[in-house]
Design a protein around this ligand. Structure first.
Ligand SMILES: *Cc1c(COP(=O)(O)O)cnc(C)c1O
Length: 408
């Protein structure tokens, strides 16, 4: 199902259809999944209109996940950099250690409403798998998580964590044995078991309604952020900076601000080791429009439309495509996309740990790196908000390998 199409084969005739973001998005799946996606779209629309659904989700977000998350002024980092004031939106303080729980609680409630007792999910770094396994334990649902064997090796602790929570982790040995291959396996499972099973997709990717639905479950971040910054500063920030893997934490932070044209929205992709195809996951620098895993967006691919390998020190940012809404925000110029290298993210991790006592996830550290780069170029009147999507505990193995702490 990792099929791609070149730009020419996808026309812009669907511009205003549901599930389209400009020319991007849509629903490129086998016939066998169409009915399931339509059922999901319908159930989601009904849930959206039901105050009881929102009341239950809001109560779980507050009492189980820990919302609202604080907006923290990073005073020492701000003083050191000598420019814009830097705030951190502390999604790292959520239950399971990252923003992913917002979406998993929402989709878990929706699955229960749809009478589906079996949940499948894909995971790369294991964070989405852990959040899914957590929600399945909470709701008493069966949980199967597909994970590439290479990722299982790299993220052993998260594999154990999922198993401890009662999930079955199924290793995927096809292709590059990473996230893309795990998504293919999850889609195969869904085709076979669609009547009993909900596919709990982990980012703003895949076929409609996933990009819209997952964004809706994350937009609480931006809503809180707007209220909090107005309380603290009495005005909106100069810019919001967030890392972009599939694009869920960033769209969650950005969405409320899209109509506020004076607020810059800055997405940070994984620059990896360099600009060569295969060395990074910067879709807007090295990619082109194409279809991957159900949606039309920017894809890292070669001239023949074969999906490229990707690299990032952060497994959470290491994916060949990006959510279709970001593709539209990129092309319209409403959001800006830059990249931060592995080295810059590692430096930012150490810097934030030592100035603020906060250890960011390696994904989130890409956003911190961009804030560190631009803060000194701005004035003390400017405000930067970094969406700190997750905490770094899960990355300790990688950090221990990559950093020479004596020398740091
Ligand atoms: C999964 C993950 C990401 C990347 O996913 P998005 O959908 O782009 O948010 C970023 N940060 C953390 C902490 C993650 O766990």
């Amino acid at each position: 199902m990792a099929t791609t199409k070149t730009e020419q084969t996808v026309s812009n005739t669907h511009m205003n259809m549901p599930g389209r973001f400009g020319a991007y998005g849509g629903r490129y799946v086998p016939e066998t999944l169409m009915a399931a996606l339509e059922e999901l779209e319908q159930s989601y629309a009904e849930a959206q209109a039901d105050p009881a659904f929102h009341a239950e989700l809001d109560s779980l977000l507050a009492d189980y996940a820990g919302r609202p998350t604080p907006l923290y002024l990073a005073k020492r980092l701000t003083e050191q950099l000598g420019g814009a004031k830097i705030y951190l939106k502390r999604e790292d303080l959520l239950h399971t250690g990252a923003h992913k729980i917002n979406n998993c609680l929402g989709q878990g409630l929706l699955a229960r409403r749809m009478g589906k007792h079996r949940i499948i999910a894909e995971t790369g770094a294991g964070q989405h798998g852990v959040a899914t396994a957590t929600v399945c334990a909470l709701f008493g649902m069966d949980c199967v998580v597909y994970m590439g064997e290479e990722d299982m090796r790299r993220q052993e602790l998260n594999v154990y964590r999922m198993r401890l929570l009662g999930a079955e982790v199924r290793g995927v040995s096809s292709g590059s044995k990473t996230l893309k291959d795990a998504i293919n396996e999850a889609m195969r499972d869904w085709v076979t078991n669609v009547r009993t099973t909900h596919y709990l997709l982990g980012s703003v990717l895949g076929a409609h309604p996933y990009p819209t639905m997952v964004r809706d479950f994350h937009k609480v971040t931006g809503k809180e952020l707007k209220r909090q910054i107005l309380e603290k500063e009495g005005r909106l920030p100069t810019a919001i900076v967030a890392c972009v893997g599939g694009g869920s934490n960033s769209i969650g932070a950005f969405y409320e601000f899209i109509p506020e044209r004076q607020v810059r929205l800055i997405g940070v992709e994984a620059g990896g080791r360099g600009k060569a195809l295969g060395s990074h996951a910067a879709r807007f620098e090295g990619g082109s429009p194409g279809v991957l895993q159900g949606t039309y967006s920017y894809v890292l691919q070669d001239d023949a439309g074969q999906i490229s390998l990707t690299h990032s020190v952060s497994a959470g940012l290491d994916y060949a495509s990006i959510g279709p809404e970001h593709a539209a925000l990129h092309d319209s110029g409403r959001a800006e996309y830059v990249s931060a290298s592995d080295a810059a993210a590692l430096d930012a991790t150490v810097r934030l740990a030592r100035t603020e006592g906060i250890l960011p996830a390696l994904g989130s550290a890409h956003a911190v790196a961009e804030a560190i780069r631009i803060a000194p170029t701005l004035s003390s009147h400017d405000i930067l908000v970094v969406n700190l999507s997750g905490r770094g505990d899960k990355d300790m193995g990688i950090l221990a390998r990559e950093l020479n702490l004596q020398g740091a």
